[in-house]
Design a protein around this ligand. Structure first.
Ligand SMILES: C[S@@+](CC[C@H](N)C(=O)[O-])C[C@H]1O[C@@H](n2cnc3c(N)ncnc32)[C@H](O)[C@@H]1O
Length: 357
């Protein structure tokens, strides 16, 4: 496949350094909703990430966080209710008991939900904390400002006594914005961890551990390794909602970076790679195309049948999770799963040791 890109951007480490010095920015609309970056900073970061992704080989790729404008969040919400998508209903069935047990063990007063989206599952956790007489604050953390702008006021209205806030940020780089832990439970549900490349998961765990005090908890929803047919059906639904969600990333590129993708000229592809233990989603060009992405100073040339990788969704086993937790400052305490072992909620606790690295 021939792919052509112009111009170069600052290195990953330059960008990590500059993001460390960024201050939280309050939006005019809701003082409880804070952005990690100004719009200009967010645009520059998006441009750099998209530029680097389109340059990737053997396949150009787009970071999956760019699925989630308002339309993307609504499409994802529709996916969670599809018959083929067993993940959400299985996790929701596990959550009440796991939440009760996790709250009893950790005793948290402060709940944080990463990748909270439209914020439906947080209610189960808040209910368990409230029943235990522990509830003090709740922070929603998501890259999607429209999703937070919708879920934060709803949550505040539902629980008037609760201190509620939201952070628009990236859970891979911005967890420091949460400040030091203590009586904190972080929830990371919906198999969103599966979208992080396994080589980056230990770094994510270390950064989560750095905002937890000893004994604090991290509750993670994980999709489990299972037969190919069931996995592939979940990402190739009969109604085509996942296909529309996949193509939405191109609409986001058009809106944010002035790209001229024709989303309808791309076919949805999702398959299980058993060796990597992940579902991979791609978009395949129906015909040869040259796409300009001026906001990222890039131009992508694809032959007919050329593909862009848009998401991985890793499938886990308990030993695989334990291996990734080694030397991160977290240990696995409980593993809640269903009778068919389709999905698991893993309760991790902050250990006394400092994490390595
Ligand atoms: C798979 S959805 C899960 C939504 C919800 N937690 C659930 O369980 O149904 C992933 C969520 O994480 C958010 N997200 C994706 N990548 C992100 C990132 N790098 N940083 C912060 N949020 C991100 C998306 O906006 C979306 O709301």
């Amino acid at each position: 496949m021939k792919t052509f890109l112009r111009s170069t951007y600052s290195s990953q480490s330059d960008r990590a350094e500059s993001s460390k010095s960024l201050m939280l920015t309050q939006t005019a609309r809701d003082p409880a909703l804070r952005r990690m970056r100004s719009e200009a900073q967010e645009r520059a970061l998006t441009a750099a990430e998209v530029h680097a992704g389109l340059l990737a080989r053997p396949l150009p790729c787009l970071p999956s966080k760019f699925f989630y404008d308002h339309r993307g969040s609504v499409l994802f919400d529709r996916i969670t209710r599809l018959p083929e998508y067993y993940l959400t209903r299985t996790e929701e069935a596990l959550l009440p008991e796991a939440a009760r047990d996790a709250v009893a063990r950790v005793g948290p007063r402060h709940l944080v939900e990463l990748g909270s989206g439209l914020g439906t599952k947080v209610r189960t956790l808040l209910g368990a904390m409230s029943t235990a007489g522990l509830l003090d604050s709740c922070t929603l953390f998501d890259v999607s400002e429209p999703a937070l702008a919708q879920s934060l006021p709803r949550l505040a209205a539902e629980r008037p006594g609760l201190r509620t806030s939201a952070i628009v940020g990236d859970f891979l780089t911005d967890l420091g914005a949460l400040g030091p832990g203590g009586s904190r439970l972080i929830a990371f549900l919906g198999s969103t961890i599966g979208n992080i490349h396994p080589r980056d998961v230990p770094g994510f765990f270390r950064s989560a551990a750095s905002v937890l005090a000893e004994g604090d908890g991290l509750l993670v929803g994980l999709d489990l390794v299972k037969d190919r047919a069931r996995l592939e059906a979940a990402y190739n639904d009969a109604q085509g909602v996942t296909a529309e969600f996949n193509r939405n990333i191109l609409r986001v590129m058009n809106a944010r970076l002035g790209a001229d993708f024709d989303p309808e000229a791309f076919e949805h592809v999702a398959f299980y790679d058993a060796e990597a233990a992940w579902i991979e989603m791609r978009l395949r060009a129906a015909r040869a195309c040259r796409v300009r992405v001026p906001g990222a100073e890039a131009e992508l040339v694809l032959p007919g049948g050329g593909e862009i990788r848009t998401e991985i969704s890793c499938k886990y086993t308990r030993p695989a999770v334990e291996a990734l937790l080694a030397a991160t400052g977290l240990r696995l305490e409980e593993w809640y799963t269903d009778a068919d072992a389709l999905f698991a909620l893993a309760l991790m606790r902050r250990t006394a040791e400092r994490s390595a690295g």
